[in-house]
Design a protein around this ligand. Structure first.
Ligand code: FES
Length: 579
């Protein structure tokens, strides 16, 4: 035990480095002193790692060096010693073939950086889509005291006198161009109008969804998800986060005490209530797997699918994250869930209070943005899990973003074997397709793309858009952007590249979708399917590098698409010295 200020606490893990009075202790301290740190910072006070995903190639996280400085203020104020470190950053709009290919790689970077270095607690700086799950997953496998801090959404996009939402506006304008209702040059003018401040996408896309998930899991201080990136209160929150993580180290509150089954249940319900992204399904299952909680698709169906969507925000509604913040943000949504009896009120959060203590008095300032549970924005609007011979291990559909008239539909399949096949043929006026067909896209799952790209919301053929039809049933083993919308069935498992039934669909087959019955069915007899299966061959493995390791070991989407050898946790103990 060591004396720390007026408190006595157990010896911290960082003292296994800096508390040593031997040659190695000299090495650990001396090189750090080259940065100008005085000797007393190594006296046993909590050392807080600030895990930073700053990168100029991740525009959504480009302000994180500033945010880190405010976290440091808080850490120093509370008597800790902050040390910022970089990890692999995943810029959703820049990384090819898809940022998701690297989520697990980044999580390994995070896990090993935390475990291998002398830190007692961690603040995770997260923003752009995959930076949130990768940091949470890596940190969960170490299980130190940890707080999440999101970078915050951008200010609302403004174009031609209207709000313009990240991603959602791109899909909408592209549809207009393809339907000859807008000139491409006019669309390009919006480039400078959509994203006009620091921050992540300001629709309820995956970044906002994941930030809301962090808050509803209890992994961030209240208000984390919605404060705009450029609002002074984002920096206040950063400073408060710095103060709090030092207390958490003193209290020895580990991530596993926050990330309980009750917490995951709260986040699944919150996702339904905010109209959140389908990507949250995969990330939550992967995160739960790291911390040792069993969450699966059945939990998503049972807990979330029948809940109402309360938040009127794009892509399911009309407002943007800035409006959501002014209306009260995630605490209001959680209060609504609590008052409706569908919140685990006692779940512990990082500020040491229960979820209910944090949100029970959260005021709503705009009921058009955040509706009540009794009078929701959309009823029965969570993410539904479908099964059937086309997806025996499950597929998902985001009900709040789907067209009600297509939820029971039977149509002729028009199959695209790969994303290249899709791009080559979708604009062809001779393509044999009408609005009653079901568009099928194969080989875009975790192994097939590889990395499970966000291509499931296939753009409709121009000849259909010109009729004024804006939605068709689409099925794939891909994901879709949280900013996208439509009657889009995603994450079909097993995927085509793993020999799943999706691989056997041929153009002209009939497909039945019956969402109320949670059914997605290929209406082809088993004998025919067996004959097609006998002819199927698996695609070749990538020749080398990360892609090869990934394809060999990635699990299917219903298991969270984590690598099989990364599931679980190893704690924070390091058993050998470096010299
Ligand atoms: Fe980074 Fe949308 S592209 S959050």
């Amino acid at each position: 035990m060591v004396q720390f200020g007026d408190r006595t606490m157990k010896k911290l893990r960082s003292q296994e480095w800096y508390g040593r009075q031997d040659r190695d202790g000299f090495v650990y301290r001396s090189w750090m002193k080259s940065e100008g740190y005085p000797h007393d910072l190594f006296d046993g006070r909590p050392i807080i790692g600030i895990c930073n995903t700053w990168s100029e190639l991740t525009p959504c996280n480009s302000h994180f060096r500033d945010i880190a400085e405010w976290v440091k203020r808080g850490v120093y104020e509370a008597g800790g010693f902050p040390l910022e470190f970089p990890v692999m950053s995943l810029g959703e709009t820049q990384l090819r073939p898809t940022a998701m290919l690297f989520r697990n790689l980044a999580s390994m970077d995070v896990e090993e950086s935390i475990r291998g270095n002398p830190m007692d607690g961690v603040v995770l700086l997260m923003g752009c889509d995959k930076t949130t799950p990768s940091l949470l997953m890596g940190a969960a496998s170490c299980d130190l005291p940890t707080i999440g801090l999101s970078g915050g959404p951008m200010l609302s996009g403004k174009f031609q006198g209207h709000d313009l939402g990240s991603g959602t506006g791109v899909w909408q304008m592209d549809e207009k161009v393809r339907a000859s209702e807008m000139r491409r040059e006019e669309m390009f003018e919006a480039e400078s109008c959509m994203h006009r401040s620091k921050g992540h996408c300001m629709t309820m896309g995956t970044a906002s969804t994941m930030a809301s998930m962090v808050e509803s899991l209890g992994m961030a201080l209240p208000g984390n998800a919605a404060i705009p990136a450029v609002d002074a209160r984002r920096y206040t929150l950063a400073q408060m986060t710095g103060r709090r993580i030092v207390e958490m180290v003193r209290e020895d509150v580990k991530m596993s005490q926050i990330l309980t089954r009750a917490a995951f249940e709260n986040s699944i319900r919150a996702n339904a209530a905010i109209g959140g992204s389908t990507n949250a399904v995969i990330h939550s299952i992967a995160l739960a797997g790291r911390i040792g909680v069993k969450i699966n698709l059945d939990d998503w169906e049972r807990l979330g699918s029948g809940l109402p969507c309360l938040v009127n925000i794009q892509p399911s509604g009309k407002y943007l994250m800035e409006d959501f913040f002014y209306a009260g943000g995630v605490p209001v949504v959680l209060r609504e869930l609590g008052e409706a009896g569908v919140l685990n009120r006692d779940a512990l959060t990082v500020n040491g209070r229960s979820m209910w203590e944090n949100v029970r008095e959260a005021p709503c300032w705009n009921r058009d943005v955040i509706r009540t549970f009794a009078e929701p924005f959309k009823a029965n609007a969570g993410i539904a899990v479908l099964r059937g011979n086309l997806a025996p291990d499950g597929a998902v559909i985001k009900l709040s973003a789907a067209s009600p008239h297509l939820l029971q539909h039977r149509g002729r399949a028009v199959v695209f074997e790969t994303i290249e096949d899709f791009h080559a043929r979708v604009d062809d006026e001779a393509l044999d397709i009408d609005e009653n067909c079901v568009m099928v896209l194969k080989n875009c799952g975790p192994k097939g793309y590889p990395g499970m790209a966000e291509v499931g919301n296939m753009p409709l053929p121009p000849k259909i858009l010109r009729k004024g039809v804006l939605d068709m049933v689409r099925i794939s083993d891909a994901r879709m952007s949280g900013t996208a919308y439509g009657t889009v069935i995603l994450h079909a498992c097993p995927e085509a590249a793993a020999g799943g039934p999706l691989a056997l669909v041929q153009t002209g087959d009939m497909i039945t979708l019956d969402v109320p019955k949670r059914l997605v069915q290929l209406d082809v007899d088993e004998k025919t399917l067996a004959a097609r299966r006998a002819k199927w061959t698996a695609p070749p493995l990538p020749e080398r590098g990360w892609a090869r390791l990934y394809v060999k070991h990635v699990q299917q989407a219903n298991q969270g698409a984590d690598l099989d050898f990364l599931v679980g946790h190893s704690g924070s103990k390091v058993y050998r010295d470096s010299h």
